[in-house]
Design a protein around this ligand. Structure first.
Ligand code: SAH
Length: 339
C-alpha cells in the first residue's frame, strides 16, 4: 500500500480532485501526515467518509524506534529504525550550534563499495521512499520531543543513487506545510556521482553539498572508492564548479585520513593544489575502524600536521569533532551488528 506521506503536494491535490473532494482538503491532509499523524483517526478535521476513502488506497506509517543508544558523553542519540517491511536503517541526532541536527539514511544498504565503509558490506537492499527518509526526522522529533533544525543526508546509502526520491524528500521537507526546513539547513553528502551533481544543481534547491573525496589523485582514490573508476577527480571537480556557479553554496570536501592510504605530506600538498582557489572547505575525519575492514587511524598529531600543511598552502580545513564516541558505531556499523 502507498504511504500517504510519499505523495508530493501536487499528487495529493490531484488525487483529492479526482475523488471529488474540495481542494483545501489536500492541504489539511498533507499537514497532518507531515506533522506526524500515525493514523487517519488523528486527522480530526477530516470527515469519516474521506478517512475511509483514504484508507482504501493509503496507509500512514512512520519508521518505528527499534533500538536507541544515548551517549553519556555528549547526548548524541543513535537510532535503529524499523521500516514497514522490517528493514532496519540508522539515524543520528546531534547537537548543532544552538539546535539539533539529524543524519538520515537514504537507502537500505549501499552499492558504492567504498573500502572503509560498513554500510556497503552487504550491498544495496533497496531505495528509501521520500517519506521513509523524512519519517526518520519525524520519528526522532516525536521520540525526543524536540524540533530538528538541520539535516545531513549522510547516513546509510548514496543519496544521488536514489535521486528522484531524495529530491522529493527535500522538496517535502522544504515545504512550509511540512517540516519547513530551509535548503541552507540541508546538506547532501555524495561519493561523487558527477552526472547527478549537474542534475542536482539544475533542481534549484540550493542545499549544501559535501563530496566524499578521500584522496587527492585518481590512482589513490581508486584504492578506496570504486566510484573513482567511473568518474575522474577532474570530472568531479568540474561538476562541483558547476554546482557552485549555480547555487553559490560553499562545497565541503570530506577526507577520512587512513594510515598508509591517503595521509602523507605529499598527499596534503597534492590535495591543496587541487582545491586551492576554490570557495570550499575540507573536513578531515579520523577514519572509523570497521571490524571487517583493514583501516587504521593516523595519530592526532599527524592529523594536525596534515591540517596545517593544507592551511599553509591556502586551503581551509577542520578536523571533525567526534560525537557519541561511547556509542561508537557510526557509518552503518550499528545496522551491521544487528544484521
Ligand atoms: N554515500 C554518501 C553518504 C554516506 S557516507 C557519501 O559517500 O558521501 C557519509 C560519510 O561518511 C562519507 O564521507 C563517507 O565517506 C564517510 N565514511 C564512511 N565510512 C567511514 C569510516 N569508516 N570512517 C570515516 N568516515 C567514513
Amino acid at each position: 500500500m502507498v504511504n500517504l506521506g510519499d505523495l508530493t503536494p501536487e499528487e495529493l491535490k490531484s488525487y483529492i480532485k479526482e475523488i471529488g473532494e474540495a481542494a483545501f482538503r489536500a492541504d489539511q491532509i498533507y499537514k497532518w501526515v507531515h506533522s506526524g499523524a500515525e493514523s487517519f483517526d488523528e486527522m480530526t478535521n477530516i470527515s469519516q467518509k474521506l478517512k475511509e476513502k483514504l484508507s482504501e488506497s493509503f496507509e500512514v506509517f512512520i519508521p518505528e524506534v527499534y533500538k536507541k543508544y544515548v551517549s553519556k558523553i555528549d547526548g548524541t542519540v543513535k537510532y535503529l529504525f524499523k521500516l514497514s517491511d522490517g528493514n532496519i536503517i540508522e539515524s543520528v541526532v546531534m547537537d548543532y550550534h544552538h539546535g539539533k541536527s539529524i543524519c538520515v539514511s537514504s537507502q537500505v544498504g549501499c552499492r558504492m563499495g567504498c573500502s572503509f565503509c560498513a554500510s556497503t558490506l552487504n550491498g544495496l537492499s533497496r531505495n528509501l521512499t521520500p517519506f521513509e527518509i523524512e519519517g526518520q526526522i519525524i520519528r526522532a522529533q516525536k521520540d525526543m520531543n524536540i524540533r530538528i533544525s538541520n539535516i545531513v543526508i549522510m547516513g546509510i546509502g548514496e543519496p544521488l543513487d536514489n535521486f528522484a526520491n531524495v529530491i522529493n524528500f527535500i522538496k517535502n521537507t522544504n515545504s512550509d506545510k511540512g517540516l519547513n526546513i530551509g535548503c541552507r539547513h540541508i546538506t547532501l553528502s555524495t561519493c561523487g556521482l558527477a552526472d547527478k551533481i549537474y542534475d542536482l544543481a539544475d533542481c534549484n534547491l540550493p542545499i549544501n553539498l559535501a563530496i566524499s573525496l578521500h584522496a587527492p589523485t585518481d590512482e589513490r582514490r581508486k584504492v578506496l572508492m570504486p566510484i573513482a573508476n567511473a568518474y575522474s577527480i577532474k570530472a568531479l571537480m568540474e561538476a562541483c564548479d558547476y554546482y557552485y556557479d549555480k547555487t553559490h553554496r560553499r562545497i565541503t570536501f570530506e577526507y577520512a585520513l587512513v594510515k598508509d592510504k591517503n595521509s602523507t605530506r605529499e598527499d596534503a600538498l597534492t590535495l591543496s593544489r587541487l582545491l586551492r582557489g576554490k570557495n570550499c572547505h575540507i573536513n578531515l575525519i579520523p577514519v572509523n575502524p570497521v571490524r571487517e575492514r583493514e583501516n587504521t587511524r593516523i595519530s592526532k598529531k599527524d592529523m594536525e600536521i596534515f591540517k596545517k600543511t593544507l592551511e599553509e598552502n591556502g586551503v581551509n580545513a577542520t578536523v571533525r569533532r567526534e560525537l557519541g564516541s561511547d556509542i561508537n558505531a557510526s557509518c552503518g556499523q550499528l545496522r551491521n551488528q544487528e544484521l
